[in-house]
Write a protein that binds this ligand. Structure first.
Ligand SMILES: O=C(O)CCC(=O)C(=O)O
Length: 242
């Protein structure tokens, strides 16, 4: 059974929150994605990088009180928004997202209280490539060795896992408007979309100013304080508290 209890996050490294956004809100997200796709923005129709920095609609989604309450339930109330991007697996897309830790890709982000929100823009079932998580694999917050990923894989680097770890992976099936949160050291990936349905997920990355910080000199986009106190590095962050 998938973990839906934020109190178990330290042990499992993930938590599912059902129906955070309603159908009307999801419809607006799909329309906004459609507009960006029709405009031919870079990376689309498969990937949409950092839309919260260019489109206020996506910034408002990232800082929606219900979404921030979910993040607060695992990281506490002092939050900065670090990155966001949309991963869109089109129908019959044959590329998998290989096993990885998010932290591998973020050298400018330091500390332990760092998470990814994965927000379902489409309904996600087994056949349209749900996120796969290996519960507990974040424990100790070790950054694992990586190897080069294959040509049919979405990322450049991956971690190698044991058959036992693979067997313990959970599939994050959920309805559109639901979201999961996972620790940035948790090993995860996602398979091929075998279906005729699109699977879009919006990933939004946060850290707690209590246990993590962002080196803005090394970070490619502005870092937004979105809830609570900025901590010792506060002068480096842009205040976007709603
Ligand atoms: O959406 C996916 O399939 C994978 C997303 C992911 O692994 C990530 O953003 O870290």
């Amino acid at each position: 059974m998938l973990n839906t209890d934020p109190r178990k996050f330290p042990e499992s490294g993930y938590c599912l929150y059902r129906d955070v956004f309603n159908r009307a809100q999801v419809e607006k997200m799909r329309q906004s994605l459609q507009v960006a796709t029709l405009a031919g923005l870079s990376g689309l129709p498969n990937y949409y990088g950092e839309p919260h920095t260019t489109d206020v609609f996506w910034l408002e989604t990232c800082i929606h009180p219900r979404l921030l309450d979910a993040v607060d339930s695992v990281l506490g109330p002092n939050l900065v928004l670090v990155f966001s991007s949309m991963f869109i697996k089109q129908p019959r897309d044959d590329r998998a997202v290989c096993w990885h830790q998010d932290k591998t890709f973020w050298p400018s982000v330091h500390g332990t209280g760092v998470v990814t929100v994965w927000l379902a823009i489409d309904d996600v079932a087994e056949e349209n490539a749900p996120l796969q998580l290996i519960p507990g694999s974040h424990q100790g917050h070790c950054q694992l060795e990586t190897v080069e990923a294959g040509a049919k894989e979405w990322l450049s680097k991956k971690v190698e896992i044991t058959p036992r770890q693979e067997a313990s992976a959970v599939s994050m099936t959920m309805s559109a408007g639901s979201l999961s949160i996972h620790d940035s050291h948790l090993i995860h990936g996602g398979g091929i979309n075998h279906s005729d349905r699109r699977r879009a997920g919006y990933t939004i990355r946060f850290c707690s100013t209590d246990t993590a910080w962002v080196d803005v000199g090394e970070h490619p986009i502005p870092v937004y304080l979105v809830r609570g106190e900025a901590g010792l590095r506060g002068k480096d962050y842009t205040d976007r508290r709603p």
